[in-house]
Design a protein around this ligand. Structure first.
Ligand SMILES: Nc1nc2c(ncn2[C@@H]2O[C@H](COP(=O)(O)OP(=O)(O)OP(=O)(O)O)[C@@H](O)[C@H]2O)c(=O)[nH]1
Ligand SMILES: [Mg+2]
Ligand SMILES: [Zn+2]
Length: 327
């Protein structure tokens, strides 16, 4: 299925073909053609800066000028997962169906980072799934599982869990676990996101035959401060290339400077479910009288219960993002 090249690329050369970005290494990218061949390509200019998951138009070099191609154009994106801090925007990937946020019994996870990753996914309209890995580390796993109570309590309108949490032990070869993961990923493009050392590359190696993604003991990672995975890479699980998982380097900071403070409730479903029931239509849910959100904070037993941790994260983020936009 190749789209017709745009007029401009027809003018510059006859042979623009469509491809998929499967790797990004600073100055160059790896483009996969529709028949599965991979080759290094360089962006032509700023407008052709591509990220993993992008569909692009690329061109082979003229005969005798090596193997490396040129990216002419990035085709329109369905979505883009990214984060943004004071200084820069960091893209994760484009055109995703879901994002698997992995945290683990070890290293201890940051709830604020988890909340931020969920908000970024919701903002980009990409379905987030949470997995808690390393259930073989029983004691720490139980502690982490308890810390996730606030997330299990976030419900959909039909009463089911909005963020079901999948317990994993990725160092086990348990066929049932593998089958469940395969079913979760089938036919989709899943971005694997999480801090360093949680087992993202271990997951890739479990599901992708011959992937050989580098993994490292977390003690070594923490001591050197280096992440084992340093670039984002696309893997096909099946030969027919219908199911993809994307490995990524662990993140430490997760800036949300691209999101307006007043849009936070839209990206935090437990807060957002009540936001239109406040007395004031422009309620910030921080101090206003008759605020439906504040009324539910810590209100045990209520179907609209809001966990105090979630509300605290909301207020902290509101302040952080509000300063950014100077209303
Ligand atoms: N005990 C235990 N260890 C695990 C499990 N899954 C992964 N590990 C180990 O955790 C360590 C880190 O795993 P990686 O897959 O390298 O982690 P990563 O998330 O890819 O880390 P970065 O690439 O640095 O972001 C490795 O030593 C894995 O063997 C698990 O279920 N239980
Ligand atoms: Mg890794
Ligand atoms: Zn309110």
């Amino acid at each position: 299925m190749s789209r017709r090249p745009s007029k401009s690329s027809v003018a510059s050369a006859a042979a623009s073909t469509e491809g998929l970005i499967v790797g990004s290494h600073g100055r160059h990218c790896i483009v996969e053609t529709d028949d599965g061949e991979r080759r290094i390509c360089h962006p032509r200019g700023k407008k052709s800066q591509a990220v993993v998951g992008d569909r692009v138009l690329w061109e082979a070099p003229p005969p005798g000028q090596g193997e490396e191609g040129t990216i002419e154009k990035v085709l329109e994106r369905r979505n883009l997962l990214y984060r943004q801090d004071e200084i820069r925007t960091k893209t994760f990937a484009a055109n995703l169906d879901q994002v698997l946020i992995i945290i683990a019994a070890e290293p201890v996870f940051s709830e604020s980072q988890l909340a931020r990753a969920l908000i970024a996914a919701e903002d980009a309209r990409i379905t987030p799934i949470i997995a808690l890995n390393k259930f073989d580390l029983e004691e720490n796993f139980m502690l982490a599982w308890q810390r996730l109570e606030a997330y299990r309590g976030i419900l959909k309108a039909d009463g089911s869990e909005r963020y079901p949490i999948i317990p994993l032990n990725l160092t086990s070869e348990d066929p049932e676990q593998k089958e469940a993961l395969m079913a979760l990923f089938a036919g989709k493009r899943t971005f694997v996101l999480g801090p360093s050392g949680v087992g993202k590359s271990t997951l890739i190696n479990l599901l992708v035959p011959g992937a050989q993604a580098a993994t490292n003991e977390i003690s070594r990672v923490l001591n050197t401060g280096k992440h084992t995975t340093t670039t984002t890479s696309w893997y096909w699980i099946d030969e027919a290339r219908t199911t993809a998982i994307i490995d990524s380097p662990g993140f430490q900071e997760f800036g949300l400077y691209h999101i307006k403070a007043t849009d936070l409730p839209k990206c935090m479903p437990d807060i957002g479910a009540l936001a239109d029931q406040c007395k004031f239509y422009n309620c910030t849910h921080l101090h206003e009288p008759s605020c439906a959100v504040m009324a539910e904070v810590g209100n045990e037993g209520s179907p609209h219960y809001i966990h105090p941790n979630r509300y605290r994260i909301y207020t902290e983020l509101f302040e952080e993002l509000n300063q950014r936009f100077h209303y």
